[in-house]
Design a protein around this ligand. Structure first.
Ligand code: UD1
Ligand code: CA
Length: 493
């Protein structure tokens, strides 16, 4: 049994997310860029979620409307606070605290661009802050390459004295490899007092949140630094190259967890799984697979190679090969692909098959039924034990509205059929190959809807004389006449 620590009592979580993110070179605000199926902002909020803070404040500015809309969708309880002008991270923090004047106690301040932050790292920081009785505690990390980051300046006794931004640092300070992760816990009152005194006398002319540390030191307050266990957890994300690197790291984390839990990942390098996906032990993920959104894969299923599953459920023992599936339910033992496109509202019951070059949408395929080849199944209900012939089109759209087709149980429909909806084919019915079915076929009937065939004898020899076709036809006719004579002389045993 593991002792569950009570969640530390935190007055507020403040996410700094107003910055433009200039280095992303994007019309999308930086914190809305996604990795592992979540925005950067979403990752930061979920890392802070276990604190169960009384207030969650998100400072917005650049791309404000988009960030607020996203926030309302992912964290409706959070309070967006507008920082009209981006005057620096210190100014952003001050604006946030002004919006919640009654705060008292520890406040977590976190950069919105730290998507790899883990809940346990945040919780450990808050615990360290409390245990030390600090006014401010900063999360730090020892990194190999501190370029661009704020350096942690300690005194001879190892006590944290200041955070110096790289552009304002001396050569000696630049050699420091302990960096500011951009995550802080501070006492609300101490933060307010010190933020009010932060100037903009630095290379960027901005009010730096990092300056509060030295101000508190000067006031004789206790400050400290807590080192993150794994420096990778605290890396920020300022441009697209860093975004790709963070995405890779996050994905490796997700895959490691899956493999530890008993999932076979054949090629981690080409497998991408969102943090929101679940995969049961003894499922197999082949190379070139993306599992996204609310996708769930049950035990014994084999997904891939080369498949993308978005918000799709895969049942026990199912197989999905080279398929693109969105909003589909794939039942146990179902076979999908190769080369299938399952669109929203597809429900494949146990043991069904959707084969090669088949597209489905808003379609239910009953237990053990098969749509093996080259077909479009839209707005349809297919019963159990039914076989749909190759190259069938469910003609669901009349140019204005969509209509439904129902095929019963144990039906056998011919190849190259069109089911012109709305239409129903009854249980146990057959349809003839090449039929355009426009009216209902009763149970057990054979629906035939095609022109009767007519052969114009000798047409090729008359109309295409001298061609290879005519010569072949003439030769076949001669041989046929001889063969016909032969058969009369044959004796059967
Ligand atoms: C910041 C830290 C640096 C640290 C690094 C960690 C400062 C001054 N520096 O640098 O010490 O090592 O993070 O990744 O804080 N923001 C606002 N409003 C503003 C300006 C910024 O909300 O006016 C937000 C940004 O959206 C971002 C965060 O504050 O989420 C930090 O700003 P950013 O420009 O990314 O700072 P860095 O240069 O990365
Ligand atoms: Ca940053």
């Amino acid at each position: 049994m593991i002792d569950q620590q009570p969640a530390p009592d935190v007055a507020a979580v403040v996410v700094l997310a107003a910055g433009q993110g200039t280095r992303m070179k994007s019309a999308t605000p930086k914190v809305l860029h996604t990795l592992g199926g979540r925005s950067m902002l979403g990752h930061v909020l979920s890392a802070a979620a276990p604190l169960a803070a009384r207030h969650t404040v998100v400072v917005v500015g650049a791309g404000r409307a988009a960030v607020e809309e996203h926030l309302a969708a992912i964290a409706p309880g959070a309070l967006p606070v507008l920082q009209e002008e981006q005057r620096g991270s210190g100014h952003a923090a001050a604006v946030a605290l002004d919006a919640v004047p009654d705060l008292d106690g520890p406040v977590l301040l976190v950069n919105g661009d730290a998507p790899l932050l883990r809940p346990e790292t945040v919780t450990a920081l808050v615990d360290a802050h409390r245990a030390a009785g600090n006014a401010l505690t900063v999360l730090t990390a020892e990194v190999d390459d501190p370029t661009g980051l704020g350096r942690i300046v300690r005194d001879g006794a190892g006590a944290v004295r200041a955070i110096v931004e790289e552009r304002d640092a001396t050569d000696e300070q630049r050699a420091i490899r302990e960096i500011n992760a951009g995550v802080y816990v501070g006492d609300a009152a101490a933060l307010r007092r010190s933020l009010a005194r932060v100037g903009a006398d630095n290379d960027q002319g901005e009010q730096y949140l990092t300056d509060v540390l030295a101000l508190l030191v000067a006031d004789g307050e206790r400050v400290g630094g807590a080192r993150a266990g794994d420096p990778v957890d605290v890396l920020g994300c300022n441009d697209r190259r860093e975004l790709a690197a963070r995405r890779r790291t996050l994905n490796d984390r997700v895959l490691d967890e899956l493999m530890r839990s008993g999932v076979t990942v054949v090629d981690p390098a080409t497998t991408w799984v969102d943090v929101t996906v679940t995969v049961e032990p003894d499922a197999v993920i082949e190379p070139g697979v993306q599992l996204q959104g609310t996708t769930r894969v049950a035990t014994g299923a084999v997904v891939g190679p080369d498949s993308t599953l978005v918000d799709t459920a895969v049942g026990e023992g199912a197989g999905v090969v080279r398929a693109h599936c969105v909003g589909a339910e794939i039942g146990p033992g179902v076979s999908v692909g190769p080369f299938a496109y399952l669109r929203p509202g597809t429900r494949l019951h146990a043991g069904a098959k959707v084969g090669t070059f088949v597209e489905t949408k808003n379609a239910e395929v009953g237990e053990g039924s098969k749509v093996p080849h080259l077909s479009y199944v839209g707005d349809a209900t297919i019963g159990r034990g039914t076989n749909i012939g190759a190259a069938t089109v469910f003609v669901n759209y009349d140019g204005v509205a969509k209509h439904h087709t129902t095929i019963g149980d144990h039906a056998r429909t011919g190849a190259d059929n069109m089911f012109v909806a709305p239409v129903t084919v009854g249980d146990g019915a057959y349809t003839a190959a090449g039929s355009v079915i426009t009216t209902d076929v009763p149970p057990g009937a054979m629906g035939i809807a095609r022109a009767a065939q007519r052969n114009v004898a000798g047409w090729v020899s008359r109309r295409r004389p001298g061609t290879a076709a005519a010569q072949a036809a003439d030769a076949a006719q001669d041989a046929g006449a001889a063969g016909a004579a032969d058969t009369r002389t044959q004796v059967s045993e």
